[in-house]
Design a protein around this ligand. Structure first.
Ligand code: MV4
Length: 515
């Protein structure tokens, strides 16, 4: 047993994911939870649970003091931070260390270096990793910015050093736009990150976002576990990820993998990390940033490599050497994941909190669900509305896509809206099917589907959903009239495609067939 007890400093699906890894390793777990999460799945699944504060994340899941105190109180030897919240907070990693608790993640120094995109770019340049042309020092003002932009050529991007998530990001076409771009990027950065340092990069037109998973142990071994194609994003949020990428061949894959390993070595990385690259139309790749945490989309890498990343994180943190080397890693088949959020695709993807009155989950070959949701659970408004990650594996990309489409059809979610109908559209789009898409794909789909609105294109209302509502009302009336168990009429053997007839046939089958 590598640790006697692990505390999970997170909530939702990722807390559940970490608890599952601990269970498999025979390690008891401690959940922490806010008042809003009393009835959450991670609290139910952990061996112990500690209430750490009110619903507001800043007073619960973001409180270093409360979480370290909970670990001490329960005598947890290590803390897994999941993603988001405190997972990339170097102060938290240091506070754990000072409290004699192992932080299951990289050294604080690596988190610090990668936390500033400017210092990360400078370090990667020294390490010989290609970076997007631009500055490796903060820019002083718009005059200097213009001088640099003239040198590297317009258009350029002004970016926040502490950035991420599209905040403090500005595209600048010409000199006339620079003054206001620098000003707004700076104030946005100050607002979002309390740090107004900004830098400049040459703008890459319609790049692909491809990232490489690495694992590094404390004994100097660093390996890469293939790539994840994450170009399908909406407002700088990934919505769908797949591996392998259809865009790169084995020789680029190898070079990117080796570059990612160099990145890991250059920053003294230990544990699981992800190196993000932008890949341009000429298939040249450039270091973008490094995520010093387990990522949301890690399941697709687990699908194709057969490696459990969370268990590896835990054994690496316990000081164990990786028990495989680069030659042992042979990704097999293809995997795709979609993030199912409690959001309304028919209404600008606004959050859709509320009670999950009905939850039917897909299953069957090649299907995996990572979720903190259960039937009857109330989806809170306070946190990231990720309900579930649905991922599928197939021997080919086509098989993985087919399984994802099938699994989405099996999903039954009532009470709240989800992005499921939107994913069904994407999974039938010719550009997705051909693999010919870039970071502009979602906007393209929305434009094609949409009734234009002033703010943003909207996915049109679905007639299917209204039909389903009517069907549900009819079913309720029917059920009430016939007592609690509705009786279905026998149907003829014809395949009419009527869901009512199919429902009836299924019941008869289950009742009378004794196979
Ligand atoms: C870029 C870029 C083009 N050129 N940098 C968006 C958020 C941040 N993660 C980086 N982003 C971009 N940086 C240069 N020099 C285009 C984007 C970008 C993007 C990147 C990945 C996935 C989706 C995107 C959507 C819009 C813009």
């Amino acid at each position: 047993m590598v640790f006697k007890k692990i505390l999970i400093a997170n909530r939702g699906e990722i807390a559940v994911r970490v608890i599952r890894a601990c269970r498999e390793m025979g390690i008891p777990t401690v959940a922490v939870y806010s008042e809003r999460d009393r009835a959450s799945l991670h609290v139910r699944m952990a061996d112990e649970a500690v209430l750490i504060g009110p619903p507001s994340a800043s007073e619960s899941y973001l409180s270093i003091d409360k979480i370290v105190a909970a670990a001490k109180k329960t005598e947890a030897e290590a803390i897994h931070p999941g993603y988001g919240f405190l997972s990339e907070n170097a102060d938290f990693a240091e506070a754990c260390e000072q409290g004699g608790i192992v932080f299951i993640g990289p050294p604080a120094s690596a988190m610090q270096l990668m936390g500033s995109k400017i210092s990360a770019r400078a370090a990667m340049k020294s390490a010989g990793v290609p970076i997007v042309p631009g500055t490796i020092q903060p820019i002083l003002d718009d005059h200097e910015a213009c001088a640099i932009a003239r040198e590297i050529g317009f258009p350029v991007m002004v970016k926040a050093a502490a950035g991420g998530g599209g905040k403090g990001l500005r595209l600048v076409i010409n000199e006339a736009e620079m003054e206001s771009a620098v000003r707004t990027a700076r104030s946005e950065a100050l607002n979002a990150f309390h740090n107004d340092a900004i830098y400049i990069e040459k703008f890459l037109d319609q790049p692909r976002h491809i990232e490489i998973q690495i694992l590094a142990d404390a004994h100097g071994h660093v390996v890469y576990l293939g790539e994840r194609e994450c170009s399908i994003q909406r407002r700088h949020q990934k919505v769908m990820e797949e591996t392998p990428s259809t865009f790169i061949n084995d020789s680029i894959r190898l070079r990117m993998g080796e570059a990612a390993v160099s990145v890991g070595r250059a920053c003294g990385y230990v544990n699981a990390g992800t190196v993000e690259f932008l890949v341009d139309s000429r298939k040249d790749f450039y270091f973008l940033e490094m995520n010093t945490r387990l990522q949301v989309e890690h399941p697709i890498t687990e699908w194709v490599t057969g490696i459990d990343l969370v268990k590896e994180q835990i054994s690496i943190a316990a000081g164990e050497a990786l028990h495989f080397s680069q030659e042992d890693i042979h990704p097999r088949g293809a995997a795709i994941e979609c993030r199912i959020y409690a959001e309304d695709p028919y209404n600008h993807f606004y959050p859709s909190p509320g009670r999950l009155t009905v939850l039917g989950r897909p299953a069957g070959p090649g299907v995996r669900i990572d979720s903190g949701a259960y039937e009857g659970w109330d989806v809170p408004l306070e946190y990231d509305p990720l309900l579930a990650k649905l991922s599928t594996w197939g021997t080919t990309r086509e098989e993985a896509i087919g399984r994802l489409r099938r699994a989405l059809l099996e999903y039954e979610v009532l009470g709240i809206q989800t992005g499921i109908p939107f994913y069904q559209k994407i999974l039938r789009h010719p550009d997705f099917l051909s693999g010919n898409y870039d970071t502009g794909f979602i906007d393209k789909v929305l434009r094609e589907e949409s009734i234009e609105t002033d703010a943003s294109p909207a996915f049109p209302p679905g007639p299917l959903d209204e039909g389903r509502l009517v069907a549900l009302m009819a079913a309720s009336v029917h059920a009430m009239r016939n007592g609690s168990s509705p009786k279905f009429e026998p149907t003829t053997g014809e395949a009419t495609g009527s869901r009512w007839k199919w429902a009836g046939r299924k019941k008869i089958h289950e009742g009378k067939d004794s196979r």
